[in-house]
Structures are given as structure tokens and as C-alpha cells.
Design a protein around this ligand. Sequence first.
Ligand SMILES: Cc1ncc(COP(=O)(O)O)c(C=O)c1O
Length: 447
Amino acid sequence: MQDFNHLIPRSYKTDFKIASRGEGIYIFDEKGTPYIDGCSGALLSSIGHGNRAIIEAMVRQLEQIEFAHPSRWMCPAVLEAAEEIAAITPGDIKNVWFVSGGSEAVESAIKFSRQYFVERDGVNSSKSIVIGRWNSYHGSTLGTMAVGGSMPRRRIFSPLFKEFPKIQPHYCYRCSYGQSYPSCGVRCAHELETEIKRIGPQYVAAFIAEPVVGSTVGALHPPREYWPIVREICSRYDVLLIADEIMTGIGRTGKAFCVDNWEVVPDIICSAKAMSGGYSPVGGMFVRTPLAETLRKGSGSFIHGHTYNGNPVTAAAVAATMRFIRENNLFEKAAVMGEYLGKGMERLLDNPIVGEVRGLGLMRGVELVRDRKSREPFAPSAKAALKLTQECLARGLVVYPGTGQADGIAGDQFMVAPPLIVQKEEIDEIVNRLEEGLKATAEALLP
Ligand SMILES: Cc1ncc(COP(=O)(O)O)c(C=O)c1O
């Protein structure tokens, strides 16, 4: 165990491995042992580790200029990165606001929604409420926790922020209404309309959701009607639709953005993580042109600045990442490899603690249960997700665990989301190691 006399680590109780080097889908520890990065860090190392094209582009930018303050200077790299992003965003979402991470991107979207209605309708606009969903994660700042519904991550901080209303997610495995798809008529999507009417549409500025729920429920994909329904409801009630694509964006589900799977154009997309392939901290808020035009023709600026709005070195990483993705057809490859991974993971259902295998593209999840028939989760004290993670790590595979999805306290799940450059044989290896890790976990946890 390391001595943490000066650094505050993510956890004082974790015995961290030393990451000494990365190459492709592998991370090597200090002894040179390779681990498959089976979750791309946190679904960001999509183009793999040690990519020379990105490193060289960043060095070239550093040699020109490392920083020029965005309120006075414009760097060509930042314009180029915005152009690259606008080339892959859906519909008329063509206006890009760069920040340094996912939480900042969501904070930007919340504030942008409010400012848009003030600019459009006047300073007395009553539209300010953002509706979120339970069991969703949108970031760790106060504003993003207010719209997020991931209880383990926000419980003790809730006295610090103004709560926003939430609706139930499309959690079919544990449906809040005790119904089944498709006979339910996707009630969870229609509940958005009920909530908007309850609050009063004149007070509602936006609805935010992850197209496939990531860390909090483990690659929970929606019924295919869900996003078209919420799009229609938002349009009908003059409510902005914000897609939090911080995990799902940039090819993760086999399309540039996850909403492309259902040909839905939201009003705002929040992105981060894979935009720079993990080579530089980044986030982005992408908005429909008519929304950006309202600010351009109105006050002329978004009242929301960060020192690192459009950092040129990050921008060079973003542009190089987008070029690499395009030249290597990585969105198309992710769709093919995602299908292959999904098929391979069906085998895991033979394990008695696997309740559900779900997901889309190269974003797959497994829900662990104590009893498959009743879907009863493990007691939190069993630490099932942690145990599984350790068993996989012992077999050279990194996965992304999460807890609390069943009732806010109990529930264990994990995600498998390898880099988009993953090959078929590597997926076979990932599934084999998962199978072994799950077997050992079941043996340890079941009577
Ligand atoms: C869906 C979603 N939104 C927002 C965030 C916050 O991003 P960051 O950790 O970069 O602030 C995350 C991070 O995992 C996320 O998965």
C-alpha cells in the first residue's frame, strides 16, 4: 500500500497498481505485466494507449503556443477542433463550446438552457427547471448532482444544492411500474409529459438524460421508442432536450453519437472523455445553430467562462483524435465489434450470479444478482461488484464496476467497454477472462 502523505487519492483504502506504460488496448504495470483495458479507463481511451499521431499533434501545438487566454485570443487549433466535431454531430447541432471535462459540459448545458430562454423571452422568463432521471450520473459538481440521480454519489451532498425534479429511468429489468416491455407502451418515456405538466411547461427549461445509462446502471440501453418519444414531448412543450453523451459519444455505441441510433436530434449534446482519446482533459457542449444564433443576435456572449475554454493543446488532441477515427473507420468498426462482443457476452448468462447482460455497441454491462429468479441483489456488505473487479484484474482484465442501482443502496453491476480499436481475438480473450472472473466470484459469494 502506498503512503499518501501529500496526495489525496481516489481512495485511501485502495492498493493502486502503478501504470507505467500503455500500448493499444493494454496498460502495463511496473513489472511489465499487461492488463487489457477492458473499459477504456472510464470509456475514454477509445483509440488506445500510446497513439503516436495524437502525441505528435500535441507536441507540434506545444511548440507553437501552449496557451493564449480565450477571452482575448483565438487559436487556429481550437477552430479546427470545432470543425472536426461539427462534421460528426447530428442535424443542425453545429456550434461547439469547449471545456475541460464532462461535469463542466453538463454545467454549461444547464446554464446555456437558462440563458437561451432569457435571451429569447426576456429577463422575466420563468423557464429554469431541468428535469433529470433517477439512477443517472451527470457529474460531480453541485449543479450536475442536482440534475443527477445517482444516490451513492450525491447522498451526503444533497443539503448543498437545489434539487431538480426527476423521473424514473427505463430500467426494464427492475421496472418502477411493475410492467414489461413492450406491453408497457414505454410508460417511463411518457412520464416525462406527466412531469412537465405537473410542474407547468412555462417553468421547465430542459430535460437531461444519458442515451445509454453508463456508470450508475451499467450500460442500460433504452427501448428503441424511448428517445423518439422524449424528443416529441420536449418539442411539444418547448423544453430543450439535452443528451448527456459523455460516455456514449464519439463512437462508443457504433455511431458517432448514441442518439444517431434512433435518428433523434437533441437540442444540446454534452460530450467529453473520448473526444481527445484520453490524451488531454476535455469536454464539450454542442448546440443547435438556432440556439447559438439566439445568443449571437442577443447579448452576444454566453455568461459562463473557464480559463481552459478551448485550450489549444487539448484542441490539437481533439482534432488529431477525430482524424484518426475517420482514417480508421472506427465508428463502423465499433458497430461490428460491438455486435461481436454482445454475442460473446451472452455466454455469461450461464453463470448463476448474472441477472442481465445489456448494452449497445462497445458499451456492454452485466447486472449481478444473488438470486436470478427473484432478481434479488447481493447485500451491499458482500461487495459483489468489487469482488468481480478484483477477480478480473487478477486475470489481467480491467472492468468498470458500479453499485446501488437496485434501490439506491443495493445492486452490483459492471461495464465492459474496450477501446474502439479492439480486434476480434482480443474480444474472445476478454470474454474468456470475464467468464473465469465471474466463475470465481460466484464460487466465493454463493452458499
Ligand atoms: C454520463 C456522464 N456524465 C458526466 C460525467 C462527468 O464527467 P467528468 O468526470 O469528466 O466530470 C460522467 C463521468 O463519468 C458521465 O459518465
